[in-house]
Design a protein around this ligand. Sequence first.
Ligand SMILES: [Zn+2]
Length: 257
Amino acid sequence: MTATTTSPAVTRQHLLAAFDDILQPGRFKDYGPNGLQVEGKAEIRTLVSGVTASLALIEAAVAAGADALVVHHGLFWRGQDGRVTGWMKQRLAALLASGINLYAYHLPLDAHAELGNNAQLGARLGVQAERHFGEQDLGSVGPLDAPLAAEEWVSRVERVLGRTPTWVPGDGRPLRQIAWCTGGAQGYFEAAIAAGADAYVTGEISEPQAHYAREMGVAFIAAGHHATERYGVQALGAQVAGQLGLSHRFIDIDNPA
Ligand SMILES: [Zn+2]
């Protein structure tokens, strides 16, 4: 890999400060540590971004000559038992052997008003947040330019994300207010209904939401956890790489979930 010779190097701490400065992780109560999760080499020229710190992404980052990897889903979550065995051993071994620094930002990356998963998804779907709802105000609600039938809205979601959503129609009303929250935010559906949504888009569905949709008349669209969370981390990577003069590449490891 010779592409890195022209990029200036920044220190591991400098890159951390640039991410933290934008995302302000101290403002969130999260399910895992935000920021530098695995320390690697001291100097960074090449940054790779991706959704989840899976072994496949780490190996792709090694192949791309990365000095740092920034992800939405890091390695460490509340409730893990802490043993370095199985998949955890493999991922950590690959990171430590390559010297790649792993940075992870979860809720701060969902919520950022411009680079965040929710803002980026909304922009692609043609809706802008007017209000927020749910835990730590992560959910967004905004109006459509013109009312749409639920089927038309679902086709738009499918076209934008390149993936067929799982969805449950509501009462057939034309959609005016759309609520959305990327990832595994099916638990916010009731809060989305209370916030005045005619339809709610998130990544995943669980059994109860199908009934709530039918009983409350609000359409529920599960557009894919991975598919809805691809955009924030690449916007963040591009922004910070541009700011610091790093080379940057987003690597998508497809996930059907
Ligand atoms: Zn997620």
